[in-house]
Design a binder for this molecule. Structure first.
Ligand code: SF4
Ligand code: SF4
Ligand code: SF4
Length: 298
């Protein structure tokens, strides 16, 4: 047992010490009540928009001024991850752009597309010239739906005739960010609806939906080359039917031990009922019918 008589380790001293350290902590907290706040009430209670405080070279959303775009596709070609999609087709007597999409959900903000673009623009308020595709200071697009991050600069159904620049001129353009804000607003309104509609179409498993003329034609175009490649080889055809048409659960609901048993029976002509695969439903029936129709040889 220690003979050392330490007052500071007495129970009372320990209580006092603990109380003092609690008070020290509270004093620090309390002092912040009398200091100006170091945080800001983002996004709505700030003296000026955050984007106005960002430097000119900030890399936010991309935008394109189609009024000065030549449709050269340099940006699309050079993007390392394929975020940009430009369609150029004949509309009446002229070639026009019918699509200019940028998938900002994929973009890594490398700026390569901007550097590749050959058309210089000058935006009001900017010190440096920019390009007809350029980064903006816009960045606010928090979303739980990725479809809102696909920026469509040309609305479906519209066409834009490419611009013909004069050599050596810097084209005037809109204030940077204005176009990005507009397409983002449009993406929020339109893309979500379009995505839900497409999803509904994909999920609709009714015989009417899976056999709609355009769906049928698309599926036939998909299966055609595969059936042709399999040729008359029964083993290859069985693989094809198994992989492309059947549900692959080996559940036996069709009356065969497994999916391949049903596939073989159809292929050798022992079973003409193409609607036996219950888990596959109308899609399987449709694909079996198409494969049978497209098949060559015995
Ligand atoms: S910034 Fe980079 S990743 Fe994004 S679109 Fe341009 S080239 Fe593609
Ligand atoms: S944005 Fe620039 S690089 Fe892209 S197609 Fe238009 S002119 Fe060409
Ligand atoms: S019902 Fe369909 S999934 Fe089930 S074993 Fe037959 S072919 Fe395979």
């Amino acid at each position: 047992m220690s003979a050392h008589n330490d007052v500071s380790s007495s129970p009372l001293a320990r209580v006092v010490r603990s109380a003092r350290s609690v008070m020290d902590g509270l004093a620090v907290t309390l002092s912040y009540l009398f200091r100006p706040p170091t945080t800001i009430q983002y996004p709505d209670r700030i003296p000026r928009p955050i984007v106005d405080t960002l430097p000119e070279r900030y890399r936010g959303f991309l935008e394109v001024d189609l009024a000065t775009c030549t449709a050269c596709k340099a940006c699309e070609r050079d993007c390392p991850i394929g975020c940009i999609a430009i369609d150029l087709e004949k509309v009446g007597d002229v070639r026009a752009m019918t699509r200019f999409d940028i998938d900002m959900g994929k973009c890594m903000y490398c700026n390569i597309c901007v550097e590749s673009c050959p058309v210089p623009n000058q935006a009001p308020g900017d010190v440096e010239p920019t390009k007809c595709i350029r980064m903006t200071r816009e960045f606010e697009a928090a979303t739980d739906d990725f479809s809102t991050l696909t920026f469509r600069f040309i609305r479906p159904g519209d066409a834009v005739v490419p611009f013909r620049p004069k050599k050596g001129t810097v084209e005037p353009t809109e204030e940077r960010g204005r176009i990005a804000r507009k397409v983002l607003r449009r993406a929020r309104e339109y893309n979500v609806l379009a995505a839900h509609w497409a999803e509904h179409l994909l999920r609709d498993d009714s015989p009417e939906a899976v056999n709609a003329p355009d769906v049928l034609a698309a599926r036939e175009a998909e299966l055609g080359p595969l059936v042709k490649a399999a040729g008359p080889d029964l083993r290859k055809l069985e693989d094809l039917v198994f992989a492309q048409a059947l549900a692959q659960t080996d559940c036996g609901a069709c009356g065969y031990n497994d999916c391949r048993g049903y596939a073989r029976a159809i292929l050798i002509g022992d079973d003409a009922d193409l609607d036996k695969c219950e888990p596959g439903g109308p899609r399987t029936g449709r694909d079996l019918l198409l494969i049978t129709k497209l098949r060559v040889g015995p």
